[in-house]
Design a protein around this ligand. Sequence first.
Ligand SMILES: NCC(=O)CCC(=O)O
Length: 430
Amino acid sequence: MNYEKSIKAFAEAQKHIPGGVNSPARSFKSVGGDPLFFARAKGSKVRDIDGNEFIDYVGSWGPMILGHSHPKVVEAIQKTAESGASFGAPTLVETEMAEQIKKMVPSIDTVRMVNSGTEATMSALRLARGYTQRDLVIKFEGCYHGHNDSFLIEAGSGALTLGVPNTPGVTKGTARDTLTAKFNDLSSVENLFKQHKNEIAAVIVEPVTGNMGVIQPQKAFIEGLRKLCDENKTVLIFDEVMTGFRLAKGGAQEILGITPDLTTFGKIIGGGLPVGAYGGKQEIMDMLAPAGPVYQAGTLSGNPLAMAAGLTTLRLLDETENFYEELEKSSAYLEEGLKNNLKELNLNGVINRVGSMLTLFFTDAEKVQSFADVNTCDTGLFGRYFKTALDKGVYFAPSQFEACFVSAAHSKADLEKTVEVSYQALKALK
Ligand SMILES: NCC(=O)CCC(=O)O
């Protein structure tokens, strides 16, 4: 494929935008080469400015579960724009949105809209601290909760991919208030609770991880977190920015059967526009201003355009018959195909999939269940695999430590082509 225009565009962008991108995760730094500049997208496909078309498994890093430019979402945005883009005053659609979220996620008593997943986790942590009157938070190595200072400690996603899990710029004081534990290792959490009795405000976790690649929590681990939080009067926060409305109507908490105290949302909830939200137990949420003393605000929070896109998306997910069953079938087909490829080529690798989130780990390990397992991966091999797949028309996330997202727009033909391209890309590694 010819990427001439993207290469030129990146050279130009670098003169004006730090590193040429507005979010590091979208650079191709870890896989080598220049990122592609996209011009348009429809359904399962994205097109770059050179006119190349790709089957897309990034889906804007998760939001596009219905596929790109879904006609109903486009219509909702267009219609809403005619009535005014932003008022900074209440609108009816915000209550409709809150009702829709509550209907799909039963643990939500009330919910506050914000503008990104980062804002959601930042605000949820402040609320948990205000509620418990404690300072410390436990997060897990390799988990990513957006780019707030408190969470850029042993962080996953782009921070891990680019080798900066602990970024400069976070004060020592802030870093001290974040304790890190090991995902799927309950004893690492128990130890922190023992060492810091009555000091831990919150435990935050991606209930199914996506930001170090996909890892399913072991039952004893996730149940143990709930129990430890109950025993210690600590707020359990599920960060469902990736998993919310994706793994089921009610997200990871529905499939795991665990009720968190607070949940954070992003991505799908905005239907492609910038939206985040956090919600949960009434008693905790009532601490938020103006009802309570914990302050959190936003000019664009509950923005009408964003609400229109998000609410239309959530309603389609809620009302389309067998939506999640069909998505499961497509995703299982992809998993099966990729597994067969590894087997036929006699290559090592682990494929973790939960619903429509999937990661192919380039590792000799038998299983990937922990951050230590993730760190056994050969990122060089991944980079070569990624590039061959790209050249053959399949766009996976440009990092070993991310999930592929399957959407409802991926057709049988798309999935078949992806399995074939993946075979060729794996074969090229031998
Ligand atoms: N794991 C990647 C993301 O969730 C967000 C992408 C970004 O930071 O641009």
